[in-house]
Design a protein around this ligand. Structure first.
Ligand code: 5GP
Length: 253
């Protein structure tokens, strides 16, 4: 059997060449990093949970007409996705002050924001992904004004969808990061959500207790990461069972 070609290896995922032109296989690793790779551990089963959770979020987005790269899940750790040209920006949407925004602006973590705030960070590990303005983005040619308008619209639709879904299972979507890529269809380009959406890239707080159910558990040494991610998967009904089926959502009233 021929060995498949690795296209890219990141901190938490590997991309392999897909079976058809324009497709890739995205493999979810157990590697967990924080602080630009300074803290690194293997968390048993994290890749399996993130594969399922990202499938759940992205297929839901596809179903309501928010385009994503997700095509189908292939197995416990892999999914088939569309190849995109990644825009070198991390798009962050915040509903509640936390993390770097709280630090930068001195706003207490947990303060609700008057409206969702969309931020852009330049994807560059050497620089630690700095916050950039629309002026920087356009001046340096990372995206056009039209792209920016489309990215904000996409990010806010993802926020509405994800906030509602999480609220239904008793979880507050505090903030999240997405990556967006270009696909070309004839003479046109379209922007679609790429990479992953998982507790690695979102802040998720239990609505009643405020308990953190996301990667901050790892970043801040707050307990078991796999317990936190498993709790999210269980509530959403996407906890993998031995026979490959899933549980079913547990609504919280
Ligand atoms: P902050 O800017 O407060 O550190 O992060 C805002 C949100 O974006 C959080 O939900 C965080 O998990 C996510 N985020 C920011 N940068 C990254 C990154 O480089 N990788 C991942 N996985 N998530 C990120």
């Amino acid at each position: 059997m021929a060995r498949r070609r690795m296209v890219y290896e990141g901190k938490a995922k590997i991309l392999y060449e897909g079976p058809e032109p324009g497709t890739l296989i995205q493999f979810f690793k157990d590697d967990t990093t924080a602080g630009n790779g300074e803290k690194h551990e293997m968390i048993d089963g994290k890749g399996v949970l993130n594969n399922r959770l990202s499938e759940h979020f992205m297929s839901g987005l596809n179903a309501i007409g928010v385009p994503t790269h997700f095509i189908k899940r292939l197995n416990m750790r892999e999914q088939l996705v569309r190849a995109v040209e990644i825009i070198p920006l991390e798009v962050v949407v915040r509903n509640v002050a936390a993390g770097s925004m709280s630090k930068r602006l001195g706003i207490e973590e947990g303060s609700p924001l008057p409206r969702p705030i969309v931020e852009f960070y330049y994807k560059n590990d050497d620089l630690g992904d700095p916050l950039v303005t629309e002026e920087h983005i356009i001046a340096f040619g990372w995206a056009t004004q039209q792209d920016l308008d489309d990215m904000v619209a996409l990010a806010l639709r993802v926020n509405d969808f994800m906030s509602g879904m999480m609220m239904g299972v008793g979880i507050k979507l505090v903030d999240f990061k997405i990556e967006i890529g270009r696909v070309y269809e004839g003479d046109f380009q379209r922007l679609i959500v790429a990479d992953e959406i998982s507790p690695d890239s979102c802040r998720l707080w239990d609505l009643k207790t405020g308990e953190k159910l996301d990667k901050d558990v790892f970043r801040r040494d707050l307990g078991s990461v796999s317990d936190a991610y498993t709790e999210v998967a269980k509530r959403l009904g996407v906890m993998p069972r031995q026979n490959g089926s899933t549980t079913g959502p547990k609504l919280v009233h």
